[in-house]
Ligand binder design. Structure first.
Ligand code: PEP
Ligand code: MN
Length: 338
Protein backbone atom coordinates (compact mmCIF):
# COMPACT_ATOMS: atom_id res chain seq x y z
CA UNK A 1 0.00 0.00 0.00
CA UNK A 2 1.28 3.47 -0.93
CA UNK A 3 0.04 6.62 0.81
CA UNK A 4 0.66 9.84 -1.09
CA UNK A 5 0.48 12.83 1.25
CA UNK A 6 -0.83 16.18 0.10
CA UNK A 7 1.76 18.80 -0.84
CA UNK A 8 0.87 20.82 2.26
CA UNK A 9 0.73 17.90 4.71
CA UNK A 10 2.32 18.74 8.05
CA UNK A 11 4.90 16.60 9.87
CA UNK A 12 2.24 15.82 12.52
CA UNK A 13 -0.12 14.52 9.85
CA UNK A 14 2.62 12.42 8.28
CA UNK A 15 3.64 11.04 11.68
CA UNK A 16 0.03 10.12 12.47
CA UNK A 17 -0.19 8.01 9.31
CA UNK A 18 3.19 6.38 9.96
CA UNK A 19 2.10 5.55 13.52
CA UNK A 20 -1.16 3.98 12.40
CA UNK A 21 0.61 1.89 9.79
CA UNK A 22 3.25 0.77 12.27
CA UNK A 23 0.50 -0.19 14.75
CA UNK A 24 -1.03 -2.34 12.05
CA UNK A 25 2.23 -4.28 12.00
CA UNK A 26 3.76 -3.19 8.70
CA UNK A 27 7.13 -1.58 8.01
CA UNK A 28 6.91 1.98 6.75
CA UNK A 29 9.42 3.41 4.26
CA UNK A 30 9.24 7.14 3.76
CA UNK A 31 10.34 9.13 0.72
CA UNK A 32 10.45 12.87 1.21
CA UNK A 33 10.35 14.49 -2.21
CA UNK A 34 10.76 18.14 -3.08
CA UNK A 35 7.03 18.72 -2.97
CA UNK A 36 5.40 15.59 -1.64
CA UNK A 37 5.93 12.80 0.89
CA UNK A 38 5.21 9.20 -0.03
CA UNK A 39 4.78 6.43 2.53
CA UNK A 40 5.04 2.80 1.53
CA UNK A 41 3.81 -0.01 3.73
CA UNK A 42 5.77 -3.24 3.45
CA UNK A 43 4.90 -6.54 5.02
CA UNK A 44 1.48 -8.07 5.53
CA UNK A 45 -0.45 -5.23 3.95
CA UNK A 46 -3.37 -7.40 2.85
CA UNK A 47 -5.30 -6.62 6.01
CA UNK A 48 -4.84 -2.83 5.78
CA UNK A 49 -8.04 -0.89 5.16
CA UNK A 50 -7.43 1.62 2.38
CA UNK A 51 -10.54 3.63 3.23
CA UNK A 52 -9.31 4.16 6.76
CA UNK A 53 -6.11 5.78 5.54
CA UNK A 54 -7.93 7.94 2.98
CA UNK A 55 -9.64 9.60 5.97
CA UNK A 56 -6.43 10.73 7.67
CA UNK A 57 -5.89 14.51 7.48
CA UNK A 58 -3.20 15.42 4.94
CA UNK A 59 -3.59 12.27 2.83
CA UNK A 60 -4.01 12.83 -0.91
CA UNK A 61 -4.65 9.26 -1.97
CA UNK A 62 -3.97 5.68 -1.09
CA UNK A 63 -3.19 2.94 -3.57
CA UNK A 64 -3.37 -0.76 -3.12
CA UNK A 65 -0.69 -1.84 -5.54
CA UNK A 66 -1.21 -5.25 -6.95
CA UNK A 67 2.40 -5.80 -7.91
CA UNK A 68 4.14 -7.91 -5.27
CA UNK A 69 7.09 -5.48 -5.14
CA UNK A 70 6.44 -2.12 -3.53
CA UNK A 71 9.71 -0.31 -2.97
CA UNK A 72 10.85 -1.09 -6.53
CA UNK A 73 7.56 -0.03 -8.08
CA UNK A 74 7.30 3.21 -10.08
CA UNK A 75 4.59 4.49 -7.73
CA UNK A 76 7.03 4.62 -4.83
CA UNK A 77 9.17 7.23 -6.60
CA UNK A 78 7.32 8.47 -9.65
CA UNK A 79 10.12 10.88 -10.55
CA UNK A 80 12.65 8.03 -10.92
CA UNK A 81 15.78 7.18 -8.96
CA UNK A 82 19.09 8.82 -9.69
CA UNK A 83 21.93 6.96 -7.98
CA UNK A 84 24.64 9.37 -6.85
CA UNK A 85 28.23 8.34 -6.25
CA UNK A 86 30.64 10.00 -3.80
CA UNK A 87 32.56 11.73 -6.63
CA UNK A 88 29.36 13.35 -7.89
CA UNK A 89 28.77 10.93 -10.78
CA UNK A 90 25.12 10.09 -11.33
CA UNK A 91 23.40 7.08 -12.84
CA UNK A 92 19.76 7.37 -13.84
CA UNK A 93 19.68 11.04 -14.81
CA UNK A 94 19.85 12.69 -18.17
CA UNK A 95 23.32 11.38 -18.92
CA UNK A 96 23.72 7.78 -20.10
CA UNK A 97 26.57 6.26 -18.08
CA UNK A 98 29.33 4.15 -19.58
CA UNK A 99 30.51 1.18 -17.52
CA UNK A 100 33.29 -0.68 -19.28
CA UNK A 101 36.17 -2.99 -18.62
CA UNK A 102 37.40 -6.53 -19.03
CA UNK A 103 35.29 -9.53 -18.15
CA UNK A 104 38.14 -10.46 -15.81
CA UNK A 105 40.98 -8.38 -14.40
CA UNK A 106 44.10 -10.19 -15.64
CA UNK A 107 47.16 -8.08 -14.87
CA UNK A 108 48.34 -4.55 -14.15
CA UNK A 109 49.08 -3.51 -17.72
CA UNK A 110 45.73 -4.77 -19.01
CA UNK A 111 43.60 -2.96 -16.44
CA UNK A 112 45.62 0.28 -16.58
CA UNK A 113 45.36 0.39 -20.41
CA UNK A 114 41.63 -0.21 -20.19
CA UNK A 115 41.17 2.46 -17.51
CA UNK A 116 42.95 5.01 -19.70
CA UNK A 117 40.63 4.13 -22.59
CA UNK A 118 37.45 4.37 -20.48
CA UNK A 119 38.58 7.77 -19.26
CA UNK A 120 39.54 8.92 -22.77
CA UNK A 121 36.04 8.28 -24.13
CA UNK A 122 34.45 10.10 -21.19
CA UNK A 123 33.26 7.00 -19.33
CA UNK A 124 32.82 7.12 -15.58
CA UNK A 125 32.96 3.50 -14.47
CA UNK A 126 35.67 0.85 -14.71
CA UNK A 127 34.28 -2.63 -14.36
CA UNK A 128 36.27 -5.82 -14.03
CA UNK A 129 35.63 -9.22 -12.53
CA UNK A 130 37.86 -10.53 -9.76
CA UNK A 131 35.54 -13.30 -8.59
CA UNK A 132 34.25 -14.95 -11.75
CA UNK A 133 31.20 -17.23 -11.87
CA UNK A 134 32.37 -19.53 -14.67
CA UNK A 135 30.22 -22.28 -16.13
CA UNK A 136 33.21 -24.62 -15.89
CA UNK A 137 35.20 -25.09 -12.68
CA UNK A 138 38.33 -25.50 -14.84
CA UNK A 139 38.00 -22.05 -16.46
CA UNK A 140 39.87 -18.98 -15.11
CA UNK A 141 38.20 -18.01 -11.84
CA UNK A 142 39.62 -14.49 -11.44
CA UNK A 143 42.43 -12.90 -9.42
CA UNK A 144 40.38 -12.19 -6.31
CA UNK A 145 41.31 -9.30 -4.02
CA UNK A 146 44.76 -8.65 -5.61
CA UNK A 147 42.88 -8.11 -8.88
CA UNK A 148 40.57 -5.60 -7.23
CA UNK A 149 43.57 -3.76 -5.83
CA UNK A 150 44.94 -3.43 -9.36
CA UNK A 151 41.61 -2.15 -10.68
CA UNK A 152 41.24 0.28 -7.81
CA UNK A 153 44.71 1.69 -8.54
CA UNK A 154 43.88 2.09 -12.23
CA UNK A 155 40.56 3.77 -11.41
CA UNK A 156 42.21 6.14 -8.94
CA UNK A 157 44.76 7.19 -11.54
CA UNK A 158 41.98 8.22 -13.93
CA UNK A 159 39.28 9.39 -11.53
CA UNK A 160 36.95 6.49 -12.35
CA UNK A 161 34.55 4.57 -10.15
CA UNK A 162 34.87 0.79 -9.85
CA UNK A 163 32.28 -1.96 -10.29
CA UNK A 164 32.91 -5.64 -9.57
CA UNK A 165 30.90 -8.76 -8.98
CA UNK A 166 30.37 -10.13 -5.49
CA UNK A 167 29.51 -13.83 -5.48
CA UNK A 168 28.99 -14.50 -1.82
CA UNK A 169 28.43 -12.78 1.52
CA UNK A 170 31.93 -13.59 2.78
CA UNK A 171 33.51 -11.46 0.00
CA UNK A 172 31.64 -8.23 0.79
CA UNK A 173 33.85 -6.91 3.55
CA UNK A 174 37.12 -7.56 1.77
CA UNK A 175 35.80 -5.93 -1.41
CA UNK A 176 34.47 -2.78 0.27
CA UNK A 177 37.69 -0.73 0.10
CA UNK A 178 38.08 -1.35 -3.63
CA UNK A 179 34.61 -1.16 -5.15
CA UNK A 180 32.23 1.76 -5.53
CA UNK A 181 29.43 -0.47 -6.77
CA UNK A 182 28.81 -4.18 -6.19
CA UNK A 183 27.59 -6.20 -9.15
CA UNK A 184 25.30 -9.16 -8.51
CA UNK A 185 25.62 -11.54 -11.45
CA UNK A 186 22.84 -13.25 -13.32
CA UNK A 187 23.49 -16.52 -11.53
CA UNK A 188 23.04 -14.87 -8.15
CA UNK A 189 19.94 -12.83 -8.92
CA UNK A 190 17.96 -15.11 -6.64
CA UNK A 191 20.62 -15.65 -3.99
CA UNK A 192 18.31 -14.08 -1.45
CA UNK A 193 20.73 -14.26 1.48
CA UNK A 194 23.31 -12.32 -0.54
CA UNK A 195 20.70 -9.78 -1.61
CA UNK A 196 19.55 -9.26 1.98
CA UNK A 197 23.13 -8.70 3.10
CA UNK A 198 23.65 -6.16 0.30
CA UNK A 199 20.60 -4.34 1.63
CA UNK A 200 22.76 -3.50 4.66
CA UNK A 201 25.64 -2.16 2.54
CA UNK A 202 25.78 1.58 1.87
CA UNK A 203 27.11 1.37 -1.68
CA UNK A 204 25.12 1.01 -4.90
CA UNK A 205 24.27 -2.45 -6.21
CA UNK A 206 24.13 -3.35 -9.91
CA UNK A 207 21.65 -6.24 -10.05
CA UNK A 208 21.70 -8.33 -13.22
CA UNK A 209 18.68 -10.16 -14.53
CA UNK A 210 18.90 -13.93 -14.20
CA UNK A 211 19.19 -15.94 -17.41
CA UNK A 212 15.69 -17.32 -16.96
CA UNK A 213 14.17 -14.61 -14.82
CA UNK A 214 11.05 -12.63 -15.60
CA UNK A 215 11.03 -8.87 -15.14
CA UNK A 216 8.78 -9.34 -12.12
CA UNK A 217 11.31 -11.72 -10.56
CA UNK A 218 14.10 -9.21 -11.18
CA UNK A 219 12.08 -6.49 -9.45
CA UNK A 220 11.27 -8.81 -6.55
CA UNK A 221 14.98 -9.53 -6.17
CA UNK A 222 15.70 -5.80 -6.07
CA UNK A 223 13.09 -5.57 -3.33
CA UNK A 224 15.30 -7.72 -1.08
CA UNK A 225 18.02 -5.05 -1.28
CA UNK A 226 15.67 -2.06 -1.05
CA UNK A 227 13.79 -3.44 1.95
CA UNK A 228 17.09 -3.62 3.83
CA UNK A 229 17.37 0.14 3.43
CA UNK A 230 19.78 0.30 0.48
CA UNK A 231 17.88 2.35 -2.09
CA UNK A 232 20.76 2.59 -4.55
CA UNK A 233 19.89 -0.31 -6.82
CA UNK A 234 20.66 -0.28 -10.53
CA UNK A 235 19.06 -3.01 -12.63
CA UNK A 236 20.73 -4.66 -15.61
CA UNK A 237 19.30 -6.41 -18.65
CA UNK A 238 21.97 -8.85 -19.86
CA UNK A 239 20.04 -11.16 -22.13
CA UNK A 240 17.88 -14.12 -21.31
CA UNK A 241 17.94 -17.72 -22.42
CA UNK A 242 15.47 -18.52 -25.17
CA UNK A 243 15.23 -21.21 -27.86
CA UNK A 244 17.49 -19.11 -30.11
CA UNK A 245 21.02 -20.47 -30.50
CA UNK A 246 22.51 -17.97 -32.97
CA UNK A 247 23.39 -15.67 -30.10
CA UNK A 248 24.63 -16.61 -26.62
CA UNK A 249 21.54 -15.03 -25.06
CA UNK A 250 18.59 -13.09 -26.41
CA UNK A 251 19.03 -9.41 -25.62
CA UNK A 252 15.64 -8.32 -24.33
CA UNK A 253 15.57 -4.68 -25.43
CA UNK A 254 11.87 -4.45 -24.60
CA UNK A 255 12.74 -5.02 -20.95
CA UNK A 256 14.24 -1.51 -20.88
CA UNK A 257 11.05 0.51 -21.49
CA UNK A 258 9.04 -2.07 -19.55
CA UNK A 259 11.23 -1.68 -16.48
CA UNK A 260 11.01 2.10 -16.78
CA UNK A 261 7.25 1.75 -16.78
CA UNK A 262 7.09 -0.62 -13.82
CA UNK A 263 9.94 0.71 -11.68
CA UNK A 264 11.77 3.89 -10.72
CA UNK A 265 15.13 2.12 -10.65
CA UNK A 266 17.72 2.92 -13.34
CA UNK A 267 18.32 0.23 -15.94
CA UNK A 268 21.65 -0.71 -17.49
CA UNK A 269 21.99 -2.68 -20.72
CA UNK A 270 24.76 -5.26 -21.13
CA UNK A 271 24.94 -6.10 -24.83
CA UNK A 272 28.16 -8.08 -24.31
CA UNK A 273 26.54 -10.90 -22.35
CA UNK A 274 23.25 -10.09 -24.08
CA UNK A 275 24.58 -11.34 -27.42
CA UNK A 276 27.88 -13.07 -26.66
CA UNK A 277 29.22 -11.76 -30.00
CA UNK A 278 31.59 -8.87 -30.61
CA UNK A 279 29.99 -8.10 -33.98
CA UNK A 280 26.54 -7.67 -32.40
CA UNK A 281 27.55 -5.44 -29.49
CA UNK A 282 27.49 -2.10 -31.36
CA UNK A 283 23.99 -2.59 -32.79
CA UNK A 284 22.52 -3.72 -29.48
CA UNK A 285 24.26 -0.86 -27.63
CA UNK A 286 22.62 1.64 -29.96
CA UNK A 287 19.25 -0.06 -29.66
CA UNK A 288 19.53 0.00 -25.86
CA UNK A 289 20.30 3.73 -25.73
CA UNK A 290 17.44 4.41 -28.15
CA UNK A 291 15.15 2.33 -25.91
CA UNK A 292 16.00 4.43 -22.86
CA UNK A 293 18.84 2.59 -21.10
CA UNK A 294 20.41 4.67 -18.32
CA UNK A 295 23.80 3.01 -18.67
CA UNK A 296 25.69 0.57 -20.87
CA UNK A 297 27.92 -2.18 -19.54
CA UNK A 298 30.42 -3.21 -22.21
CA UNK A 299 33.30 -5.67 -22.06
CA UNK A 300 36.54 -4.33 -23.59
CA UNK A 301 40.15 -5.53 -23.75
CA UNK A 302 43.29 -4.34 -25.59
CA UNK A 303 43.80 -7.87 -26.88
CA UNK A 304 40.16 -8.97 -27.00
CA UNK A 305 40.73 -12.28 -28.76
CA UNK A 306 43.14 -13.32 -26.04
CA UNK A 307 40.91 -12.26 -23.12
CA UNK A 308 40.97 -14.83 -20.31
CA UNK A 309 37.18 -14.93 -20.32
CA UNK A 310 34.34 -13.93 -22.65
CA UNK A 311 36.78 -13.16 -25.50
CA UNK A 312 34.19 -13.58 -28.27
CA UNK A 313 31.96 -10.82 -26.92
CA UNK A 314 34.74 -8.43 -25.93
CA UNK A 315 35.38 -5.29 -28.00
CA UNK A 316 38.86 -4.06 -28.90
CA UNK A 317 39.59 -0.62 -27.50
CA UNK A 318 39.39 1.10 -30.90
CA UNK A 319 36.01 -0.54 -31.59
CA UNK A 320 34.78 0.73 -28.23
CA UNK A 321 36.00 4.27 -28.91
CA UNK A 322 34.24 4.32 -32.26
CA UNK A 323 31.06 2.95 -30.70
CA UNK A 324 30.95 5.59 -27.97
CA UNK A 325 31.15 8.31 -30.64
CA UNK A 326 28.17 6.77 -32.44
CA UNK A 327 26.24 6.38 -29.21
CA UNK A 328 26.52 10.10 -28.53
CA UNK A 329 24.48 10.73 -31.67
CA UNK A 330 21.81 8.22 -30.63
CA UNK A 331 21.70 9.68 -27.11
CA UNK A 332 21.12 13.21 -28.35
CA UNK A 333 18.39 11.95 -30.69
CA UNK A 334 16.46 10.66 -27.67
CA UNK A 335 17.07 13.71 -25.49
CA UNK A 336 19.96 12.34 -23.46
CA UNK A 337 23.67 13.06 -23.15
CA UNK A 338 26.45 10.51 -22.98
C1 PEP B 1 29.96 -10.61 -16.07
O1 PEP B 1 29.42 -9.49 -15.96
O2 PEP B 1 31.13 -10.77 -16.43
C2 PEP B 1 29.09 -11.79 -15.87
C3 PEP B 1 29.56 -12.96 -15.47
O3 PEP B 1 27.81 -11.49 -16.20
P1 PEP B 1 26.44 -12.30 -15.99
O4 PEP B 1 26.31 -12.48 -14.52
O5 PEP B 1 25.44 -11.40 -16.60
O6 PEP B 1 26.58 -13.62 -16.72
MN1 MN C 1 31.86 -11.54 -18.83
Amino acid sequence: MIVAMQEKATEEQIDAVIEAMAEAGVDVHRTTGATQTILAAVGSTASLDINKYEMFPGVLHVHRISAPYKLAGRAFRPEGTVVEFPNGAKLGGEQVAIIAGPCAIENREQIFDIAACVKAVGGGFLRGGAFKPRSSPYAFQGLGIPGLQLMHGAAQEHGLLTVSEVMEISQIEAMLPYVDCFQVGARNMQNFNLLRELGQVRKPILLKRGIAATIEELLLSSEYILSGGNYDVILCERGIRTYETATRNTMDISAIPMIHKLSHLPITADPSHGTGRRDMVPAMSKAAVAAGADALLIEIHPNADKAASDAAQTLYLDQFEKLVGELRIIASAVGRTL
